[in-house]
Structures are given as structure tokens and as C-alpha cells.
Design a protein around this ligand. Structure first.
Ligand code: ZN
Ligand code: ZN
Length: 384
């Protein structure tokens, strides 16, 4: 253990430029997510801005017309929150662990044994040879003193063990993990988020949750405003919906239903983006056709047209479905006091060791975990 602590003290002073290679740097200090993810960051930002513009152009003026001034202005002010929190997640260094030059303890151990073998007299040679053979046969991982103790005395899921990272050449602490996408180890690693273009780790996990939650609040408020506008524009909303979906209802409902059930599973994949794009494009084409067919709606002012309001309501509803499931999933993990990586590692551990029973979560523990999540002090970045 002393060796490890000493090692960490040592690398704090070495050149750490290489550890932060994956990031976009600005004036040496500010980080704007991963270099590879820059198009994603710009894409997400454009998506947020488009949604805000849709609200300001088509919903806001109508809301003022119908005397919903307070709600409309509150939403317009709140719209800035998703942008601010998004930039906060993207620009916060997630808690990268500095690269080192610690040789692989496993290899070192074997080399040491070979050296000892060469140095000792012939009489001792046979005993040591046996020792090496036994090591190879049983594949015992005699790494460092601390790791040895950890692995043999305490049964732990692998994420909680002090492990050697062969890429970063460090002994990474408990709860840390290597981000394959950015190629560095992150303290308290949760996952790499392609939407915000950054790893989610100990330093920006709270900011990430605040981004998701503030976006959901704005979307819910906008959805309320859309419904109120629709109520004023067209009293028989049911009839309007029926008119809207009378031709292409089955494919649209099928795609939305599919997305709602598969969304969780496809959360971090490009399939998710493709389905989302489909969901945006379909109602736009459909309502564009309808607006032209229905003579009665041609003479409305641009923001008064119930078809435009219903189109925006659908777009907002898609965002709501997406944000709701992502929020529920992440809130569930933080109520457990764990990251996605930890939950996965624990699941694997309890699956393999069926003799060990998984401890149950009490209600008080859930509140304590939530409180801790929103109040824990964020550690200082190693990027200095
Ligand atoms: Zn690593
Ligand atoms: Zn990453």
C-alpha cells in the first residue's frame, strides 16, 4: 500500500500533458470534451438551440396572445438552463488519472523470480524452478502486497479492486475505470456519453444529472404550454389528433412505440440517433402535407395554426420520452449510490458467485445516497 501511495505522489509532479491528450484544449486549461466528439457536441448544441427557437417562434407568441404570460416568460428564461448545464458537463474535466510508468507488477514479479533463479546456487535452483512452474500453472496473480490482500482476503466485484492499467501504466484505484474511447483512466468512471462528448466521471457526474434534469423540466413546462395553446386553438383536440393520424397513424405509432420500449437498450448507440431522426422527420412531412390539404388552416397566422402547434407538440413529446427514460435510469443509479460501471461489475460478480447474496437497499439509504450525490465536494482536477 505504501508503495502505491508513494507512486501516486511521484506521478503528480511528472509531465501530465499525455494524460489529457483526448481533450480539445483551449489556452491549455479549458477542455471542450473529447476531440473525436466535437461534431457530436456541436450537434447536440444545435439540437437544443433548434428546440428553443421552435418554442420562441411558434409557441411563445401564441401563449402571449392567450394570456399565459407568466408561464411563457418562465419557460423562455428556463430555456437557458439546458445550454448552461450542457456546457458545464462538456467543459468539466471528468477526473482523469495521470499516466505513469509503473511496470506491470505481474511481469515484474516473474522477472524478479528469474533473476533470483540466476543468482542462487545450483542447490537452490530446483526449488525456485518448481516455484515458477507452480506460479505459471495456477496463474496466481501475485501483484503488489495490497492487491494480494484485496484479492485473497476480501471477495469484491472487480471494479472495487486496485488494478493495474496496462495502457496508462498505473495502479488505478477502486471505482476508477479506463475509457476505451478517450484512452485514459477516469476516477469514478460512469460511462462515455456521446451526446455531451465527454467521459462522465467523479468530477462531472453531478453536472451531467443536472443537465438531464433541467432539460426534462423545461420540456415538461413546454409540453404544458403546447397543450394550453392547443386547447385555445382547437377545442376538439381529439378530432384534430384523429385528423392528423388518419392516414399515417400506424407507422408513426409503431415507430414511437418501438422507440419507447427499445430506447433504454439502444441508449448509447447510433441506432438511437437514426430512430430519433426518423421520429422527427415523419411528423414534419406528414403535417406539411396536411397543412396543404386542409383548406381551412391555410389562412391562420404562422403561430396560430393548430397543425403547427400539434407538430411542435409531437417534437416536444419525443424529447420528453427520451429524456424521461434517461432521467429515470440515471436517478435509479444515483439512488443506489453507484455508477453504471459499478452496477454492471456487481451484477457480473453476483452472477458468478451465486453463494453470496446481494445486499438489499433500504429506503433511508436511498435518501442518504441522493443527498450525498448532490452535496459531495468535487475533487480538484489533476490538469494543472
Ligand atoms: Zn487506463
Ligand atoms: Zn471518454
Amino acid at each position: 500500500m505504501k508503495k502505491i501511495l508513494h507512486f501516486f505522489e511521484q506521478i503528480e509532479t511528472t509531465d501530465n500533458q499525455k494524460s489529457f491528450e483526448a481533450f480539445t484544449r483551449c489556452k491549455g486549461n479549458i477542455l471542450l470534451g473529447a476531440k473525436k466528439d466535437l461534431p457530436n457536441i456541436i450537434g447536440t448544441l444545435i439540437l437544443i438551440v433548434i428546440l428553443i427557437m421552435l418554442y420562441l417562434i411558434f409557441i411563445f407568441p401564441a401563449a402571449l396572445d392567450y394570456q399565459y404570460n407568466t408561464l411563457a416568460i418562465i419557460i423562455a428564461i428556463f430555456c437557458i438552463l439546458p445550454i448552461l448545464t450542457f456546457l458545464n458537463v462538456t467543459m468539466t474535466e471528468p477526473g482523469v488519472l495521470l499516466r505513469g510508468d509503473l511496470p506491470d507488477p505481474k511481469l515484474q514479479q516473474q522477472q524478479q523470480l528469474i533473476q533470483e533463479l540466476e543468482q542462487t546456487s545450483l542447490s537452490n535452483q530446483n526449488i525456485l524452478e518448481e516455484q515458477i512452474q507452480r506460479n505459471g500453472q495456477n496463474q496466481i496473480l501475485l501483484i503488489t502486497e495490497s492487491q494480494n490482500q484485496m484479492e485473497q482476503n476480501i471477495e469484491l466485484p472487480s471494479i472495487y479492486k486496485v488494478r493495474y492499467c496496462s495502457t496508462c501504466k498505473i495502479m488505478r484505484p477502486s471505482k476508477a475505470s479506463h475509457c476505451k474511447f478517450c484512452d485514459h483512466c477516469v476516477d469514478g468512471f460512469d460511462h462515455h456519453c456521446f451526446w455531451v462528448g465527454n467521459c462522465i466521471g467523479i468530477r462531472n457526474q453531478r453536472a451531467f444529472l443536472l443537465f438531464l434534469q433541467s432539460s426534462l423540466i423545461v420540456i415538461i413546462l413546454t409540453l404544458c404550454q403546447c397543450s394550453l395553446n392547443l386547447y385555445n386553438q382547437y377545442f376538439d383536440i381529439q378530432e384534430l389528433w384523429l385528423l392528423m393520424f388518419k392516414q399515417a397513424s400506424i407507422p408513426i405509432i409503431a415507430i414511437y412505440g418501438l422507440y419507447f420500449f427499445c430506447g433504454c437498450w439502444a441508449q448509447q448507440s447510433y441506432l438511437n440517433v437514426i430512430i430519433l431522426m426518423f421520429m422527427f422527420i415523419l411528423p414534419i412531412i406528414y403535417s406539411a402535407i396536411l397543412i396543404n390539404i386542409e383548406e381551412a388552416y391555410k389562412n391562420y397566422r404562422y403561430y396560430d395554426n393548430p397543425f403547427i402547434t400539434i407538430l411542435i407538440t409531437i417534437i416536444v413529446l419525443i424529447c420528453f420520452c427520451f429524456l424521461l427514460q434517461v432521467n429515470i435510469l440515471n436517478c435509479y443509479y444515483i439512488s443506489l449510490g453507484k455508477t453504471v460501471k459499478q452496477v454492471k461489475s456487481e451484477d457480473q460478480f453476483y452472477l458468478n458467485k451465486q453463494s453470496i447474496i446481494k445486499p438489499k437497499q433500504s429506503v433511508s439509504k436511498v435518501f442518504r445516497n441522493l443527498w450525498h450525490f448532490y452535496t459531495y465536494p468535487i475533487p480538484i482536477s489533476r490538469n494543472k
